[in-house]
Write a protein that binds this ligand. Structure first.
Ligand SMILES: Nc1ncnc2c1ncn2[C@@H]1O[C@H](COP(=O)(O)OP(=O)(O)OP(=O)(O)O)[C@@H](O)[C@H]1O
Ligand SMILES: [Mg+2]
Length: 257
């Protein structure tokens, strides 16, 4: 494993019975990089992200995160990683502040630091005033903010974010995007999946397009444009072309019949 890479996957395969969810994936993500994983529903993005922290174990191949073999030492990896799953399950009968306090304790944070970081984040994400309410009364976006704060709280070196901005209003999404850039300057690596192509285009240094368990194309916007032979295009056209779904017009017409 090279000194500068945060994540290294080699020939990783994951099957769920007859479904081949991840098929021989090789992927190296550099430290300090913001990497976006795109792909149609069911292409293997979440499965790939889950393997990075040992929530799903690969059938073959190797998964190294921050220099640690995840299968051998998943706890060591989890200590250094912040993870937001695609549908975070929070303890709904705790208040926001109780939940974050509990997460801080799990990571062994000092009381003072925990308190000040929680209040900073609550303020930045405009949850101030609602932290004493029970989570089951929060909106989806508010729950997503709590999940994000709990991933950021312990100053992880790697953030694994599965559709992290899907429920956020534009202002909150902007705050999180700017924050990811700030963390990048401190050497923090982010790998995120998203269906919002503008977010990937605006935030990510490099993008990997997954399709049927494989990484079909990988690079920065310029490289992806070249691969798709679409020199002036945005990510949406590239994505549709590379995943072979640029015939959506026909699909929509078929549905409308
Ligand atoms: N726990 C599971 N049991 C069985 N099959 C699963 C399981 N998790 C995922 N799969 C299958 O693996 C494939 C990849 O799923 P995955 O959730 O990784 O896709 P995804 O790219 O994250 O999709 P989406 O964009 O919808 O979130 C799918 O065919 C899915 O049905
Ligand atoms: Mg997913």
């Amino acid at each position: 494993m090279s000194e500068i890479s945060a994540v290294e996957l080699q020939k990783v395969v994951k099957r769920y019975n007859e479904i081949l969810a991840v098929d021989q994936v090789d992927l190296t993500i550099k430290k300090g990089e913001i990497f976006g994983l795109l792909g149609p529903n069911g292409s293997g993005k979440s499965t790939t992200l889950k393997m990075l922290i040992g929530l799903v174990l690969q059938d073959s191949g190797s998964v190294n995160v921050l220099g640690v073999d995840v299968q051998k030492d998943p706890v060591a990896v989890k200590q250094q990683v912040g993870y937001v799953p695609e549908s975070p399950r929070l303890y709904e009968f705790l208040t926001g502040i109780e939940y974050l306090d509990f997460i801080g304790d799990i990571y062994g944070m000092q009381a003072e630091e925990k308190k000040s970081r929680i209040s900073e984040y609550l303020k930045a994400l405009q949850l101030e005033g609602r932290e004493g309410d029970m989570i089951n009364g929060y909106s989806d976006g508010m729950k997503q903010k709590i999940a994000l704060i709990s991933a950021f709280l312990h100053k992880p070196r790697l953030l694994i974010l599965d559709e992290p901005l899907s429920a956020l209003d534009p202002r909150s999404a902007r705050i999180v995007k700017d924050f990811l850039h700030q963390l990048k300057n401190q050497g923090v690596t982010t790998i995120m999946s998203t269906h919002v192509l503008e977010i990937a285009q605006a935030v990510c240094d490099r993008i990997g397009i997954m399709y049927k368990g494989k990484i079909l194309a990988l690079g920065n916007m310029k490289e992806l444009r070249e691969m798709a032979k679409l020199p002036d295009s945005g990510l949406e056209d590239i994505f549709l072309k590379l995943t072979g779904t640029d015939d959506i017009k026909a699909v929509v017409e078929e549905l409308a019949k």
